[in-house]
Design a protein around this ligand. Structure first.
Ligand code: 5GP
Length: 186
């Protein structure tokens, strides 16, 4: 088994969280990188499991002291990946999965870090809009911003090694698993 760094990106509303959860359930050796964020926790989210929830000052302190492998502002909040976390697991021979936005994914690709990048798409923008509305957690303004961002993110999918369309969940999960297997088993 080769330890690999997997980057999974998708516009919000594509169902990435569900897909990633399914992938981790079926592929428990994959270590999920818990990001730091200045976003407020959503209902049910747990500090240290879903995210490390921090304030802006703490976040910027981590950025300025060089602790972030990558970071970006997404939908008005800051999100970042701890470099030490990723390096420790890779050094221990464990593959790591980053669930990060396109800006963060591009930063890692630009550093030239060896990684396998996967972009998850929805069958159409209408489907993304329906999913964002169906979630019932966001305001109209948030939904509009996320849709606009989705268009910009989709435009960058060609930078990714693999593109998976999440139309039928089980099929998309199977495709993800096949990619991880193909990239880690030698
Ligand atoms: P949400 O607020 O819905 O959990 O996440 C919003 C977006 O931020 C998602 O696209 C998610 O992948 C991205 N994100 C989460 N953690 C990180 C991170 O550490 N770095 C970057 N660049 N994006 C992140």
């Amino acid at each position: 088994m080769a330890a690999k760094l997997f980057i999974v990106s998708a516009p919000s509303g594509v169902g990435k969280t569900t897909l990633v959860k399914e992938l981790l359930k079926r592929y428990p050796d994959l270590v999920y990188s818990i990001s730091h964020t200045t976003r407020a926790p959503r209902k049910g989210e747990v500090h240290g499991k879903d995210y490390f929830f921090t304030n802006k000052a703490q976040f910027m302190e981590m950025v300025e002291s060089g602790q972030m492998l990558e970071w970006a502002q997404v939908h008005g909040n800051c999100y970042g990946t701890s470099g030490a976390f990723v390096q420790e697991h890779l050094a221990a021979g464990q593959s790591v999965l980053l669930d990060i936005d396109v800006q963060g994914g591009r930063q890692i690709m630009d550093f030239g870090l060896d990684s396998v990048s996967i972009f998850i798409m929805a069958p159409s923008l209408d489907v993304i809009e329906q999913r964002l509305r169906g979630r019932g957690t966001d305001t109209e303004e948030v939904i509009r911003t996320r849709l606009e961002n989705a268009i910009g993110e989709i435009a960058q999918k060609s930078f990714y090694t693999h593109v998976v369309v999440n139309d039928v969940l089980d099929e998309a999960v199977a495709e993800l698993i096949a990619i991880v297997k193909q990239e880690t088993v030698h």
